[in-house]
Write a protein that binds this ligand. Structure first.
Ligand code: PCA
Length: 121
């Protein structure tokens, strides 16, 4: 059973942690619904819900099997609370799909807002 995963940061193609996606299938570019923003949370991005945001966050949808999802959950520190894996609403063509993403697990008070797209330095 595979799930769809929206990645918006270092897991994207060309990203610093792209090797974590080895063996998984890129599906296509994607954007969240409005209401989400990226922050620099330590040289990497964290996505958080912000109801006033108007454009959404850009990223990629991947098809990930159960083993891949477990591996990525470990890599993103889900058990430690660094990120939470949650369903995120995306715009077309993924608006009718259940898609997960890694939401930042802590407050972003004092962090620098990146906006809608993460680019590797
Ligand atoms: N890795 C995950 C979450 C943030 C990060 O850098 C991603 O690319 O979606």
């Amino acid at each position: 059973m595979s799930e769809l995963l929206f990645v918006y940061g270092t897991l994207k193609r060309g990203g610093r942690n792209q090797r974590q996606m080895a063996g998984l299938a890129f599906v296509g570019p994607a954007r969240t619904q409005p209401g989400f923003r990226l922050y620099d949370v330590g040289g990497y991005p964290g996505l958080v819900a912000e109801p006033d945001e108007r454009n959404g966050v850009s990223g990629e949808v991947w098809s990930v099997d159960a083993a891949g999802l477990a591996r990525l959950d470990r890599f993103e520190g889900v058990a430690e609370g660094l990120y939470r894996r949650e369903v995120v609403p995306l715009q077309s063509p993924f608006a009718d799909h259940v898609v997960f993403t890694y939401v930042f697990g802590s407050a972003v008070t004092g962090r620098r807002a990146i906006g809608e797209e993460w680019r590797e330095a």
